[in-house]
Design a protein around this ligand. Structure first.
Ligand code: XMP
Length: 509
């Protein structure tokens, strides 16, 4: 395995991902990791990540110096390289010219991490400090115009440093460099696969849970579904899932989830019909934040009551992914913080004294999809569009009523059916319908109508942080519009949302 020491760079999650893409298992640990733990992990190589600090700043992160005496190959990236150079007696200075963005890397020594690479290749720089004097035994192996020591090595000790970021896509040959480090320098065998991930995770889960029980909030989305199946592989009947029907779900969601988990996977699912408990307090409420708060609070109450019925439950499993972890760690306190606290049943573990199990916490969405596939989940779940915790309540602008829910569900069914039929579903991040609290005049037959307006929203996105409205073919939009107006009683107008995020958001509330 490869140990990655996390000095806090915005890119460090990508390092882990690249290592896994190269079929090598890795683990990310904080810089204050105890040296005895490093020894017990017995990594074949260590990567010191980049980070926002300068090594001369007070309280800049450091790792125990002893790691340099373990005779384990080490690759320092950006701050990680500077930390290594500084610790081993070299000098790191504030560079006269800061270097941000693309640079041309001239490779002086095509061995080591640069084995098999051409003399010149682009690289992505992002630093203010540079190494100006190297410790004994080190030499420069690549330079850019502004940074002489863009790459250094001490091949005797198997210590390597890259001032640029090999993990980002802007360093097109970066993966080859990491591959050289893993295979040629550390001697890693490329044997890690999703299969081995499942093996290791199930073993770890069993060790942690022993004979206790685990509860999991099943939403029917990709993350909680994959978590459920993985846990069920590990601990079988010790897992109980709780599916809360809040009355704000799309058509047939409850039946689908029950059928799949109880039917195909034989997982215990407690299906809680809590529709009334959600819809009652939403009566007369039009303010989006109040709606969200009511739904969030009710969810926690319902979930807690249900979980307390499960005797001996010591653990709460959640489908937290790596980006969730990063976001909740950051000080960003905008709407996404609220989203996360609801989505990930925030507050529950503390309140209920449950220990958290988050087996997907090092994975990215597309890796979770691969894992889901390996676990036998169908494409229908693996590629399911995200659905917000507060459900259709944030897609019904204004008050949520049974009638409005029914109109929106019918319209949404048509949107999804047509999008799937025309093979656009997998290409889109999300597609859905929204119901406005407005009526407009229309004409049907010879009659004047005064009815509701439905909006279609379809977006492309990589991570929901930014999104662009999808340029769906007009013919498809025409079909959806015609069908909604003809088939959904109470709707006489359909519009298409052509706003991107930012400044709009994906959901309307
Ligand atoms: P916005 O509307 O903020 O949404 O652009 C970004 C992504 O998050 C989803 N979303 C939520 N997910 N609970 C969730 O679990 C929520 O409260 C929530 N609000 C928005 C949204 O569908 C989109 O994918």
């Amino acid at each position: 395995m490869i140990l990655i020491i996390d000095f806090g760079s915005q890119y460090n999650q990508l390092i882990a991902r690249r290592v896994r893409e190269l079929s090598v298992y890795c683990q990310i640990e904080p810089p204050d990791i105890d040296i005895s733990k490093v020894k017990s992990l017995a990594p074949q190589g260590i990567i010191l990540s980049g980070g926002p600090a300068s090594i001369y700043e007070k309280n800049s992160p450091t790792v125990d110096n002893q790691i340099f005496n373990l005779h384990i190959p080490i690759l320092g990236i950006c701050y990680g390289m500077q930390h290594m150079i500084h610790t081993l007696g070299g000098t790191v200075e504030s560079a006269r010219k800061r270097e941000y963005g693309l640079a041309e890397l001239k490779i002086l020594d095509p061995t080591g991490v640069f084995y098999g690479l051409k003399n010149v290749t682009p690289c992505w720089m992002s630093h203010g400090d540079s190494a100006s004097r190297l410790p004994a035994g080190f030499k420069i192996t690549a330079s850019t115009e502004n940074t002489v020591a863009a790459a250094v090595e001490n091949p005797e000790e198997k210590l390597y440093g890259l001032q640029f970021h090999p993990e980002v896509a802007h360093t097109p040959r970066g993966k080859k460099m990491l591959s050289n480090f893993l295979s040629r320098i550390c001697g890693c065998k490329k044997t890690w696969t999703m299969k081995s991930f499942i093996g290791k995770e199930t073993e770890d889960i069993r060790k942690e849970v022993t004979d206790k029980r685990v509860v999991l909030g099943l939403s029917g989305g990709v993350d909680s579904s994959v978590t459920a199946v993985l846990l069920s592989r590990a601990i079988g009947k010790q897992l109980t899932c709780i599916f809360v029907d809040n009355g704000l779900l799309i058509t047939d969601e409850g039946r689908r989830v029950r059928g799949l988990f109880k039917g195909q996977f034989k997982i215990k699912v407690r299906h809680v019909n809590a529709r009334k408990r959600f819809l009652e307090p939403l009566k007369g409420i039009a303010d989006p934040e109040r709606k969200r708060k009511i739904i969030g609070k009710t969810f926690i109450q319902v979930f807690e009551e249900e979980a307390l019925k499960i005797k001996g439950a010591d653990f709460l499993a959640q489908g937290t992914l790596y980006p969730d972890l990063i976001e909740s760690r950051s000080s960003f306190g905008g709407p996404s913080a609220v989203i996360k606290s609801h989505h990930n049943v925030g507050g529950l573990p503390k309140k209920m004294r449950l220990k958290l199990i988050e087996p997907l916490k090092h994975l990215f969405k597309d890796e979770v999809r691969l894992l889901g596939k390996e676990l036998g989940l169908s494409d229908d779940i693996i590629y399911r569009h995200p659905f917000p915790g507060p459900g259709l309540a944030v897609r019904i602008i204004g008050e949520v009523t049974a009638r409005r829910l029914s109109i929106l569900r019918q319209a949404d069914d048509i949107v999804l059916e047509e999008i799937k039929k025309s093979n656009h579903y997998r290409k889109l991040w999300q597609a859905f319908a929204i119901l406005l609290p407005l009526k407009s005049v229309g004409i049907m037959g010879d009659q004047r109508t005064y009815e509701h307006i439905v909006v279609i929203r379809a977006v492309n996105s990589l991570d929901a942080m930014t999104a662009d409205w999808a340029r769906l073919p007009h013919s498809l939009l025409v079909r959806i519009s015609n069908r909604i107006i003809n088939e959904v009683r109470g709707v006489n107008r359909v519009t298409y949302d052509i706003s991107s995020k930012p400044p709009s958001t994906i959901e309307w509330e």
